[in-house]
Design a protein around this ligand. Structure first.
Ligand SMILES: [Zn+2]
Ligand SMILES: [Zn+2]
Length: 350
């Protein structure tokens, strides 16, 4: 089968790989019907993910059809359409029992798929702990609507949940890329008064506005962010700030635009260390929450998608077959052609 493989040293290639096989009775084999490229794949390519193992098939955000299950799998069966969770987790360890599945203590616990074990930018993929890692897609939900369930939509959902948003709050989201847009989408579930989207890319900001995700859009450099946000919050600052950009000074922006006692959620994945200038923020009494998503709400997200409350399908701006995924990488990495997300179909030949 064809698969995208991380070779180390900034190299990824599309090559021929053997079909995955069941190696544990909790595994399932999934025929990938739609997959995508995530900015984390680009971080791996850049060598910014130390846990990434060269030789691994990339891809941790995909949907497919179960074709085979191990003897201990109970929840899914061959023929089921499923969304795949970015995280592999045992469901039994200290962290899993508390919902902190990103820190599952299993050897392959946490983000392993497409990082340290073979992922889903391929025709087929093996999913360990299939009962935990797969969410059945209802018939009326399309692959495109379900594609982001286990990764960026899970990220936005997790971020919004830990953001402690109260009704009528003002929420600021830095970054209107896929993760930022999903964060806005999920923050809406908590009925904030307004969502302020901040990005240097006006196309993405317009999309956020057009989709009803942002009430106010601000561009660093063009707008004085601190001043504008104070103007719309009676001088206070944002009640919750989500940093979903991971840019050079976006972390600094995040704490500066927060009101005293605000929650600042760091969703972004940085390629460089960040400064926490404690003397400058002394007395602001901020609460910082950081991390990689705990993908423990995939079923809840699927239920919300199923009833029409959460649909991230609009993020798909580009489509292609797996044969053209290297061109897609190039467009995605260089943010060309106003790309937000690709939908890549392994069975499509062009
Ligand atoms: Zn990802
Ligand atoms: Zn665990």
């Amino acid at each position: 089968m064809k698969a995208v493989v991380y070779k180390g040293n900034g190299q990824i290639v599309l090559e021929e790989r053997p079909m995955p096989e069941i190696i544990d009775d909790r595994d399932a084999i999934v025929k990938v019907t739609l997959t995508t490229i995530c900015s984390s794949d680009i971080h791996i390519k850049h060598g910014a993910v130390p846990r990434a193992v060269p030789g691994t098939i990339l891809g941790h955000e995909f949907v497919g059809k179960v074709i085979e299950v191990g003897g201990a799998v109970k929840k899914v069966k061959p023929g089921d359409r499923v969304a795949v969770n970015v995280e592999t987790f045992c469901g039994e360890c200290y962290f899993c029992k508390r919902g902190f599945v990103n820190n599952c203590t299993d050897e392959h616990g946490g983000w392993a798929l497409g990082c340290s074990i073979d992922g889903g930018q391929a025709e087929y993929a093996r999913i360990p702990f299939a009962d935990n890692g797969l969410t059945v897609i209802p018939d009326h939900v399309t692959d495109e609507q379900a594609l982001f369930n286990g990764d960026i939509l899970s990220t936005g959902y997790w971020a919004a949940k830990i953001g402690e948003i109260k009704p009528a709050d003002t929420v600021a989201v830095i970054g209107a890329g896929p993760a930022g847009l999903c964060t806005m989408l999920c923050a809406r579930l908590y009925t904030p008064a307004k969502i302020i989207a901040i990005d240097t890319d006006e196309y993405r900001l317009n999309l956020a506005k057009e989709k009803g995700l942002a009430d106010l859009t601000l561009v660093p450099g063009r707008d004085d962010l601190e001043k504008r946000i104070k103007e719309v919050t009676e001088g206070r600052g944002a009640d919750t700030v989500f940093e979903a950009a991971g840019g050079k000074d976006t972390f600094q922006t995040a704490w500066k635009i927060a009101r005293p006692n605000a929650v600042v959620v760091v969703v972004a994945m940085y390629e460089e260390p960040q400064m926490l200038p404690l003397p400058d923020m002394y007395g602001k009494n901020l609460v910082f929450k950081t991390g990689g998503v705990d993908g423990s709400y995939c079923q809840e997200i699927m239920d919300l998608t199923s009833c029409g409350k959460l649909d991230a399908g609009f993020l798909i701006t580009h489509r292609c077959g797996l044969n053209h995924i290297m061109e897609a990488y190039d467009v995605f990495e260089n943010k060309r052609d106003h790309v937000i997300k690709y939908a890549v179909t392994p069975q499509l030949n062009d």
